[in-house]
Design a protein around this ligand. Structure first.
Ligand code: NAP
Length: 244
């Protein structure tokens, strides 16, 4: 794979691990963050220490103007080779009957609308250039449904899986591959943000491998899907979940 890679939500968790893994392979990265500038600066500095060009851009993926600005910043680093649609949010555990419209809309705005907007910006550039790779970060929730926790989040990730299948078929003839990963229980801040910092520890007995996963383990799967080693993989989403 050549060219710059845009990673959304690169300031923490899985996105930060993807930025590190790409930088370690000498791939220039332009990554976004929502509001945590200090965390983004730390990720950028440690990726740059690996000798790669890295740029951090504040951009809310659910805001069209922000997404355009993010890709314009990436353009300044050279032609776009890849996109990792990673930015995502969750919300406190709730049954479906107690969900309100504002919460459902915000999750869909970031996780679904954001992924579509970024994919469109990427495809415009990759079509002109004659190829590229998009990896969408879904979740095992898309298959498990997350009953009693967050069916709205699970539904947003099911939509991401459909984006992977549909877009892959739309752009295959343009030399663009679209794939996905479905992480399981991964140790990141997202569980605390959704109100249960110890969620991975509580549920890890339900994982056949008996443990939660690390962000770096998801990042390695993403980087493989981005690479030429996955040259005949498109429309597929890989579970990275210890068997859960
Ligand atoms: P995280 O630790 O909470 O990090 C989220 C990242 O996304 C941060 O960089 C955050 O920026 C950014 N972000 C949040 N809202 C954004 C927005 N509106 N626009 C742009 N960036 C935004 O999450 P994570 O666990 O690494 O999750 C990454 C992806 O993996 C998500 O799509 C998530 O659904 C998926 N996933 C995670 C797990 C898991 O167990 N951790 C499992 C399955 C799927 P700031 O730092 O500025 O807030």
């Amino acid at each position: 794979m050549d060219g710059t890679v845009v990673v959304t939500g690169g300031s923490r968790g899985i996105g930060a691990a993807v930025v590190q893994a790409l930088a370690a392979r000498g791939i220039p990265v332009c990554f976004s963050y929502a509001s945590r500038r200090e965390a983004a600066d730390v990720v950028a500095a440690s990726a740059e220490d690996l000798g790669t060009r890295v740029k951090a851009v504040q951009a809310d993926v659910s805001v069209e103007a922000d997404v355009r600005r993010l890709f314009a910043e990436a353009d300044e680093m050279g032609p776009l080779g890849g996109l990792v649609n990673n930015a995502g949010i969750n919300a406190p555990q709730s049954s479906v009957v107690d969900l309100d419209a504002d919460r459902i809309r915000r999750i869909l705005d970031v996780n679904v609308v954001g992924a579509f907007l970024c994919a469109a910006e990427a495809v415009r550039r990759m079509t002109t250039r004659g190829g590229g790779t998009i990896v969408n970060v879904s979740s095992r929730a898309a298959v498990l449904g997350s009953p009693g926790e967050y069916v709205d989040y699970a539904a947003s990730k099911a939509a991401v899986d459909v984006l992977t299948v549909g877009l892959a078929k739309e752009v295959a003839a343009d030399g663009i591959r679209v794939a996905g990963v479905r992480p399981g229980l991964i140790r990141t801040d997202i569980h605390a943000s959704a109100g249960e910092p110890g969620r991975v520890e509580r549920l890890q007995r339900t994982v056949p491998m008996g443990r939660g996963g690390e962000a770096a383990e998801v990042a390695e799967a993403v980087v493989w899907l981005m690479s030429d080693a996955a040259s005949y993989v498109t429309g597929a989403t890989l579970d990275v979940s210890g068997g859960r």
